[in-house]
Write a protein that binds this ligand. Sequence first.
Ligand SMILES: O=C(O)CCC(=O)C(=O)O
Length: 291
Amino acid sequence: MNKDHAMVNDGRVSQENSAFYTAYGFLVADALLSVEEINALRKETIAIFRGERGHVEGLVAINKDESAEDILKKYVAIHFPHKISTVIRDSLFHERITGILSNIVSPNLKCMQSMLFVKGPGKAGQSWHQDEYYIPTRDRSLIGAWIAIDDATVENGCLWIIPGRPGFIMPRVKNDNNEYADVDTVDVTAYSDQMIPVEVRSGAVVFFNGYTLHSSRRNKTTDCFRTALVNHYMSAESMLPWDQDGKLPPTEDLRDIILVAGEDPYAWKGITDVNQPYLRPEILRIKANDL
Ligand SMILES: O=C(O)CCC(=O)C(=O)O
């Protein structure tokens, strides 16, 4: 594996980048967003968690005197912030991001999910998983665009990736590692010498495939947040049989999507608006009831 081929320079995907993504399931684009764009996202994050952009299920009433830091420290993440924030919604269309996605996924692209992580000091991370376990696409085109709003380091809980894409969804087992918030995980002991931390500077974007094993560890700092916005995309040619683990009625093609590039071959089906923003529970129990 030539790690240099993971780096997308100046937003332009080279042949080496494409081959690397196909083989190893991730790419990193440094400085893809400008300082101004990152500052706007940072400001918006505070407004969203203050409840100033609209209702978020689970967000507690805000005491107006509380500092932004004290408010953010209470939470880990909000799912679907793009439903209430135009700044986050605009980020889905970021040209340098969709340019890369058009190259490695499809010129026709839709987004079905956003997640805004704050992960303050001491907060646990996300256990090993493959995103396609949660968000099934029919053509395995799912991809996360993970925008570093703060610098992400090993200490504050950056992403970890196991390069390579297992060609199948790995079974989930009980998690007993307190680095992670979740009750379940993937048993990755066979890959323990292959895990790499993806340390990036604010403004970088990490792209990872829905089959790529990834996780993030506890934020071990006492004073740093690790804020990141993750937008999930897939090819518009594929249907999306996603019922959110039974939260939504079973469907062969969830149409709560936003077309961000190209054409939507299923446009005739129309669009729905069923997902609403909610606070990610600190301990995630999705699909893990029997563990
Ligand atoms: O940012 C994190 O801590 C985890 C992100 C993640 O697992 C995901 O986007 O699928």
